[in-house]
Design a protein around this ligand. Structure first.
Ligand code: 13P
Length: 250
C-alpha cells in the first residue's frame, strides 16, 4: 500500500516573516493523521525551513536543482547544496521551468539523476498543455516526458516521486476531474511497470493543478492518485492542512 504524500510548492512566494507564520501554522496543525507532508520553498529560505522544521513531521525541499555537480555555473544550486540544508525533496521539470526556462525532458532527467546521486528524492513533473489535450496528445506528451527520466534513472525508479500536473489546471481554478487524472496516472504507472514491474506499484504519483480542500479527498480516493503537489492552497496553513488531512481516510 502506497502512503499518501502532500507537497506544497510555494513557487516564488514568501518572505522571512510570512514563512515563519505559515510554517508555524502548518506544524501546529499536524496531528499525526493524514498524508506525509513537505514544503518546497525558494532556495534562500531553505535554511529557515531547516531551522523551523527539524524534528517536526513536515519535510522540506527545493523547487529546482542544477544538473551539474559543481563549478562555473553562475546562479545554479547543486543537489549537494540542497543536501547541506537537509532537503528531502526537490521538484524537477515543473511546467513553469519547462515553459519559461526551456527545460527539455532530457535536462529534467539529468536533474533527477543529480538529485538521486545526492540522496534527495526528485519529484518529477509531467503534464500536457491545453492545446495538447485538445489535440488528444496527452498520453503521448506525458509518456515522452516520463520516458526520458526512466531512461536515466534506471534501477532507481523506486526512489523517485512522479507528479502529474496538467498545465491547463495550474493556477487556473480548473481541476482535472478525478476520472481524468486517474486515467493519466494509470497510464504513467503502466509505463513504469514496462520499465520495472516489481517497483512500479510502489512509486507515488501525485496530482497537481488547483488541488484544494474541496476536491482533495475525491482526487486522492482514486486508486493511482497518491497525494498532491499544491500551489496556491499551500500558502494558507488551514487549506494546506485540510488537504493533508484529506489524505488520511483513503
Ligand atoms: P496550483 O495548485 O496553484 O494550481 O499549482 C499547482 C502547481 O503548479 C504545483 O506545483
Amino acid at each position: 500500500m502506497r502512503r499518501k504524500l502532500v507537497v506544497g510548492n510555494w513557487k516564488m512566494n514568501g518572505s522571512l516573516a510570512s514563512n515563519a507564520s505559515l510554517l508555524a501554522g502548518i506544524a501546529e496543525g499536524l496531528n499525526g493523521t493524514g498524508a506525509d507532508s513537505a514544503v518546497c520553498a525558494p532556495a534562500p529560505y531553505l535554511a529557515q525551513c531547516q531551522a523551523a522544521l527539524q524534528g517536526s513531521k513536515l519535510a522540506w525541499g527545493a523547487q529546482d536543482v542544477s544538473a551539474q555537480a559543481g563549478g562555473a555555473y553562475t546562479g545554479e544550486v547543486s543537489a549537494a547544496m540542497l543536501g547541506d540544508f537537509a532537503c528531502r525533496f526537490v521538484i524537477v521539470g515543473h511546467s513553469e521551468r519547462r515553459a519559461y526556462h526551456a527545460e527539455s525532458s532530457e535536462l529534467v532527467a539529468k536533474k533527477a539523476v543529480a538529485a538521486l546521486d545526492a540522496g534527495l528524492t526528485p519529484i518529477v513533473c509531467v503534464g500536457e498543455t491545453l492545446a495538447e489535450r485538445e489535440a488528444e496528445q496527452t498520453f503521448v506528451v506525458v509518456r515522452n516526458q516520463l520516458g526520458a527520466v526512466l531512461a536515466l534513472v534506471g534501477e532507481r525508479l523506486n526512489k523517485i516521486v512522479v507528479a502529474y500536473e496538467p498545465v491547463w489546471a495550474i493556477g487556473t481554478g480548473k481541476t482535472a476531474t478525478p476520472e481524468m487524472a486517474q486515467e493519466v496516472h494509470a497510464r504513467l504507472r503502466a509505463q513504469m511497470a514496462e520499465h520495472n514491474a516489481i517497483v512500479a506499484g510502489g512509486v507515488q504519483i501525485l496530482y497537481g493543478g488547483s488541488m484544494k480542500p474541496e476536491n482533495a479527498r475525491e482526487l486522492m480516493a482514486q486508486p493511482d492518485i497518491d497525494g498532491g503537489l499544491i500551489g496556491g492552497a499551500a500558502l494558507k496553513a488551514a487549506d494546506f492542512l485540510a488537504i493533508i488531512h484529506a489524505g488520511s481516510s483513503n
